[in-house]
Design a protein around this ligand. Structure first.
Ligand code: SF4
Ligand code: SF4
Length: 130
């Protein structure tokens, strides 16, 4: 019988280890001008993304390849990998990168995209210029 972890193993074998090529951290749901401006600032940096996931959480993602990742897309220090790697994906979830659905409900890769999103939502994010 095929199990969720069997299908996860198959997904991992086909994948080029997307989970080992970035760091993502949860951030506050933006709700004020300071939050909007901080996200604009994050997004002015190359290799930084901000996204909202399908659970409604907001996260910042840094493109950053793990130093343990080998050329064959395997973990080079599997026995000593951090707990966060051991626990991913959670036992009741398949990896969001292994499924057909994008892991991102909203994705911003530069400040202009985020500003347009705020404008579309009619959110007043601009500071008064002095
Ligand atoms: S956990 Fe997900 S991203 Fe990581 S190797 Fe497996 S399918 Fe790819
Ligand atoms: S320690 Fe291993 S499993 Fe964890 S991110 Fe690095 S290469 Fe991937």
């Amino acid at each position: 019988m095929s199990t969720a972890s069997d299908s996860q193993t198959i997904a991992c074998m086909k994948c080029k280890a997307r989970c080992c090529r970035h760091v993502a951290l949860q951030i506050e749901t933006p709700s004020c001008k300071r939050d909007y401006d901080n996200i604009r600032w994050f997004l002015l940096h190359k290799g930084v993304k901000v996204f909202k996931d399908h659970d409604g959480e907001w996260l910042i993602e840094f493109d950053a390849r793990c130093e343990n990742l080998t050329k064959t897309h395997r973990c080079g220090d599997y026995e000593n990998r951090p707990k966060v790697c051991r626990d991913y994906p959670a036992s009741d979830h398949e990896c969001e990168f292994g499924s057909e659905r994008s892991p991102y409900k909203l994705l911003f890769t530069n400040a202009g995209q985020f500003e347009k999103y705020l404008d579309r939502k009619k959110i007043d994010w601009r500071w008064k210029k002095l």
